[in-house]
Design a protein around this ligand. Structure first.
Ligand SMILES: Nc1ncnc2c1ncn2[C@@H]1O[C@H](COP(=O)(O)OP(=O)(O)O)[C@@H](O)[C@H]1O
Ligand SMILES: [Mg+2]
Length: 436
């Protein structure tokens, strides 16, 4: 029913009742008593209304939907409407605070930093990623001016110039950050930060790789082109010189081929959509083949021994052959004449391992951590002399990564090196039970 009617009808009824009572009294008992009844009735009505008003005023001090007073007459309706308003309000508040909690949670999981500043750049709020990226602490720094908190000249210029249509790349706290300010609500601004350190590192690696590869290819190409020019300019070259030139050109051609093959192998290994298809690896046959290749490379200048005392494993035979033969050919190439090279396939408590031990030139400790970087060589000229590409150990690292294996390098200059490939015990490398 119409709330207006709900209010007025009971009020009119109550007033009419009092007037009726007063009228009847007047009729039967005289005017004085009639007026008395009317005044009394009105007084009672006023006292009751004042009582309710008092209750309402008390309730408004501590509004709680559960503790609303019951009403009488029009008050019933007023109280029940207040109750509904209050209940809706409480529900909205609960929803809002739940939403806010969810929003905070989502913001704290965000890898990108978000900070909110007011129109004069005072920090109002930020998420944990922004704290990490910008070195902020919300509790400590809230209400401080952002330009006082992030004291980087490029950042301050960016803010002063206010060209917010473009993001800013910033080096901050040894990280590369992409910072973007987005004005909103006409008086506030959001500061978004993205950590681009890793992307930048990969980009730099790619640039380095291309620069290194071009550099490596240029040298043999220069040599070959030089001899070709000579051949073109002096057609009547004596056969002996011609043979020497051809031999040198073949060597350089072979070097370029090695390099390109190693680069292709690395690229193949790095492509993630090409996982290892585990197959049984016949360790004995594989290592025997590697030993005969090493003997050919050594040409009798080293003593090479092999001991096999471990189980076969699962993995990619081709990749493992390439990794193992890289380690063995390094041992041959970096060990002077009459040196000893010991190869061993062993079983340990942690899993099988392949050990390559030489008593060659060894490696100084500061180089050891960097050996598996592409094109990293301790001595460039020696590596080139021995047909090295500088990619061997990078290939080894990738093959091992794909087999969950690790490479341990132990070396001492002048005494020799031990390269150990450690395989884990696990599904991929499950030791094959010897067939009955
Ligand atoms: N057994 C070893 N003894 C001494 N130095 C080694 C040995 N194996 C690798 N190195 C060093 O590590 C560098 C990187 O090895 P690698 O990636 O295989 O490239 P390279 O093509 O030069 O052999 C080599 O240039 C060499 O300086
Ligand atoms: Mg090598």
């Amino acid at each position: 029913m119409n709330p207006q009617l709900l209010f007025w009808i009971p009020a009119a009824l109550r007033l009419s009742l009092i007037l009726l009572l007063a009228g009847i009294t007047w009729w039967f008992l005289g005017l004085t008593l009639g007026l008395g009844i009317a005044v009394l009735g009105l007084l009672i009505l006023i006292v009751v209304q004042l009582g309710y008003l008092y209750q309402l005023s008390n309730w408004l001090d501590h509004p709680d939907s559960m503790k609303l007073p019951d009403g009488w007459g029009a008050w019933t309706d007023i109280f029940s409407r207040l109750y509904r308003l209050r209940r809706d309000d409480e529900k909205n508040r609960a929803e809002l605070s739940e939403w806010l909690t969810r929003f905070r949670q989502a913001m704290s999981l965000l890898p990108d930093g978000v900070a909110i500043m007011d129109d004069v750049l005072f920090l109002e709020w930020c998420n944990p990623a922004a704290e990490r990226h910008l070195g902020l602490n919300l509790e400590r720094d809230r209400g401080m001016r952002v330009t006082n908190l992030i004291r980087n000249p490029n950042f301050i210029d960016y803010i002063i110039l206010g060209r917010y249509d473009q993001p800013l790349t910033l080096s901050l706290r040894e990280r590369k950050l992409i910072v973007h300010i987005i004005p909103f609500e006409s008086r506030r601004q959001i500061l978004v930060t993205h950590d681009a350190t890793e992307v930048e590192r990969i980009e730099m690696m790619r640039r380095d790789f291309i620069a290194n590869a071009s550099h490596e290819l240029r040298t043999p190409l220069t040599v070959i082109n030089g001899f070709l020019e000579i051949a073109a300019g002096q057609p009547a070259l004596d056969p002996e010189t011609r043979m020497t030139h051809l031999k040198l050109m073949t060597e350089q051609g072979k070097r370029m081929q090695n390099l390109v093959e190693d680069m292709l192998a690395l690229t193949r290994l790095e492509s993630m959509d090409y996982p290892v298809r585990p197959e049984p690896v016949g360790i004995t046959a594989l290592l025997n083949q590697i030993v005969s290749e090493a003997q050919a490379l050594s040409a009798g200048r080293h003593s090479i021994t092999l001991s096999i005392d471990g189980p076969d494993i699962m993995g990619s035979p081709d990749e493992l052959r390439s990794a193992f033969s890289n380690l063995v050919s390094n041992a041959v190439r970096y060990t002077p004449e009459h040196g000893t090279i010991e190869l061993a396939w062993q079983d340990t408590a942690e899993g099988p391992q392949f050990v390559v031990r030489d008593d060659g030139i060894g490696i100084r400790p500061e180089h050891i951590l960097r050996l598996t970087e592409r094109f990293y060589r301790v001595d460039k000229s020696r590596s080139r002399e021995t047909q090295g590409t500088g990619l061997g150990l990078a290939i080894v690292k990738h093959v091992l990564l794909r087999h969950n294996a690790v490479l341990a390098i132990d070396s001492e200059p002048g005494r020799g090196s031990v390269f150990t490939v450690k395989f884990p015990r696990g599904a991929l490398h499950e030791v094959l039970a010897a067939p009955a």
